[in-house]
Design a protein around this ligand. Structure first.
Ligand code: FE
Length: 275
């Protein structure tokens, strides 16, 4: 098993976008080749009215709730409610129009990842997977809890459906505890620290709250792992996924492979084909 190292770290700083919305970019948009299959990841603090009805095509959103209660509804009659620790895995596919609003009186603090879809799956059917924290498989080791939202961790595997293979785990560690997360060597991956401080990877890179720790693929056709040790009580999310190596043309909420497909997405949206 190849031991992964941290290749890059950075710190996320949030800015007030409006009186009811603060946002920090965990993965900045525009680095599509570097972050493949991830498009970007935003950390948001928001009240009702920030994410009113808007369309998506050609991608998935993965929304992890840190605090607050988030309600969502869409133009196909879908609706749901997410509590802290829950994750929504939404496949936009051919097209969806939805809104994401905190429950009345709530401020939601969340992470939203935009995940690319392979060319062959961009027009797939829309799909929601509401992943409730309490129902997710839990891997327990001394001083460590790993909640598996997608993929696998130490033989504990989620049933979440993936178009692109992605591992998503939430890890909590007591000070001094160590855990190793197994990953295919081909995956790009990153950790975002939500609470505390620890050391990460083969070079024992230090990381703390609001920091991102990025790990490059080690090589195809090999297994790898990233080792994490807590210095202070540590809580983090880890995402890793199989790069697609396909061209990306992204405009607003549409993520396709060509300019023509983007024009088609706008035309379809305007003519009501998302309904
Ligand atoms: Fe959305």
């Amino acid at each position: 098993m190849k031991s992964r190292e941290i290749n890059k770290t950075w710190t996320v700083s949030a800015e007030q976008e409006s009186p009811i919305h603060k946002v920090g970019m965990v993965l900045q948009p525009g680095h599509f080749e570097d972050y493949d299959p991830f498009l970007f990841l935003a950390e948001d603090w928001f009240q009702r009215g920030v994410f009113d009805f808007h369309p998506h095509r050609g991608m998935e959103t993965v929304t992890y709730i840190i605090e607050g209660i988030l309600e969502h509804s869409d133009n196909h009659g879908g609706a749901g409610r997410l509590n802290p620790g829950d994750t929504q895995w939404m496949t936009a596919g051919r097209g969806i129009i939805h809104k994401e609003d905190p429950a009345i009186g709530e401020t939601v603090h969340s992470l939203q990842l935009w995940l690319n879809l392979p060319a062959a799956k961009k027009m797939t059917e829309t799909r929601y997977q509401d992943l409730q924290s309490a129902n997710m498989p839990l891997r327990e080791e001394p001083g460590a809890k790993v909640r598996v939202f997608s993929g696998t961790s130490g033989g504990v595997t989620a049933t979440t459906l993936n178009h692109v293979p992605v591992t998503m785990v939430e890890i909590t560690l007591e000070p001094g505890a160590t855990i190793s997360q197994d990953l295919p060597g081909s995956y790009n991956g990153f950790i975002y620290v939500l609470e505390g401080r620890g050391v990460f990877g083969a070079k024992e890179t230090e990381g703390k709250k609001n920091q991102v720790l990025w790990t490059n693929p080690t090589g195809d056709n090999e297994e790898s792992e990233i080792t994490i040790t807590a210095i202070e009580p540590l809580k983090l999310v880890l995402f890793a996924g199989q790069p697609l190596h396909e061209p990306i043309v992204a405009y607003g909420p549409f993520v396709m492979n060509t300019e023509q497909e983007i024009r088609q997405a706008y035309a379809d949206f305007r003519s009501g084909k998302f309904n």
